[in-house]
Design a binder for this molecule. Structure first.
Ligand SMILES: NC(=O)c1ccc[n+]([C@@H]2O[C@H](COP(=O)([O-])OP(=O)(O)OC[C@H]3O[C@@H](n4cnc5c(N)ncnc54)[C@H](OP(=O)(O)O)[C@@H]3O)[C@@H](O)[C@H]2O)c1
Length: 248
């Protein structure tokens, strides 16, 4: 089983960044892609690409999530939607920042799995792709965001064990810095967002991650791409590290 055997996909967070690029890439490969996010007008724009079906949904609305996904059969689930509210640290985060980040990055992923995995297992055909982060593998001084992505890392590896022999594959993709809207959504003050975005390095593009997802989906059935860590050439573990000589 490879990409050509998968017919349908659900990509969360498809209204921008990595999710949008992935939805487009999968549709171009002939899959019917259910593109989920809250901003409906963006999804409608995306749905001008043939094969993309808009699914306007707030993933933190658990009742709506189960309601909208009832009866949906997908071969590929890309758990991509995410946010970095409370990025500045636990001491300065609001209670809502904590609920939003963990609710979107972690809790919603469990509900999506609960809604869609049993069908994949029953059909013995499926592939779960979780978008983690290097922040889930190495500390980046952001306990809320890093902790949420650390949870994604462990949920994925435990899921691999739970699903062994089931016919469903599990892949985690851990990007470093990607040029997307994530920091615009994470910070209320555009000046702070601009400062965080100004890495001084060449960030990855969303399409770089979409390509990696296609690779993981397309490998022969005997292969499971378990964890992919993909960072900008100029980024090392965690942060935007300059080479020692450049630090002065
Ligand atoms: N950019 C990076 O440097 C980077 C690095 C490592 C990992 N990641 C991860 O990559 C994933 C994609 O992020 P991105 O960088 O592409 O950021 P992005 O451009 O901000 O995209 C985030 C997506 O998540 C959706 N989303 C957020 N909350 C949602 C909710 N409650 N219900 C439904 N959809 C929701 C947003 O859509 P709506 O606002 O329309 O709902 C948007 O489509 C995230 O999991 C992020 O943590 C990003």
């Amino acid at each position: 089983m490879a990409l050509s055997d998968y017919r349908t996909a659900l990509v969360t967070g498809a209204s921008s960044g990595i999710g949008r690029a992935t939805a487009r890439a999968l549709a171009e490969r002939g899959l019917t892609v259910h593109a989920a996010a809250r901003r409906e007008e963006r999804l409608n724009e995306l749905a001008k690409t043939s094969g993309i079906v808009p699914l306007a949904l707030d993933l933190r609305d658990t009742e709506a999530l189960y309601d909208r996904l009832a009866g949906l059969e997908v071969d590929v689930l890309v758990n991509n939607a995410g946010t970095g509210r409370g990025f500045g640290g636990v001491c300065t985060a609001t209670a809502q920042d904590i609920d939003t980040t963990l609710g979107t990055n972690v809790v919603a992923v469990y509900h999506l799995l609960r809604a869609l995995l049993p069908g994949m297992v029953e059909r013995r055909r499926g592939h779960v792709v979780n978008i983690g982060s290097t922040a889930g593998l190495y500390p980046i001084t952001s306990a809320i965001y890093g902790g949420s992505k650390g949870a994604v890392h462990m949920l994925g590896s435990n899921l691999r064990l739970e699903l062994r022999g089931s016919g469903v594959r599990v892949t985690e993709v851990c990007p470093g810095r990607v040029k997307t809207e994530i920091f615009d959504a994470a910070f209320d003050d555009p000046a702070v967002a601009a400062k965080v975005k100004d890495t001084g390095i060449e960030d990855l593009l969303p399409e770089d991650i979409a390509e990696a997802i296609l690779y993981a989906l397309d490998v022969p059935w005997r292969v499971n791409v378990s964890t992919l860590e993909i960072v900008p050439n100029e980024q090392s573990y965690g942060g935007m590290h300059l080479a020692p000589a450049e630090r002065g």
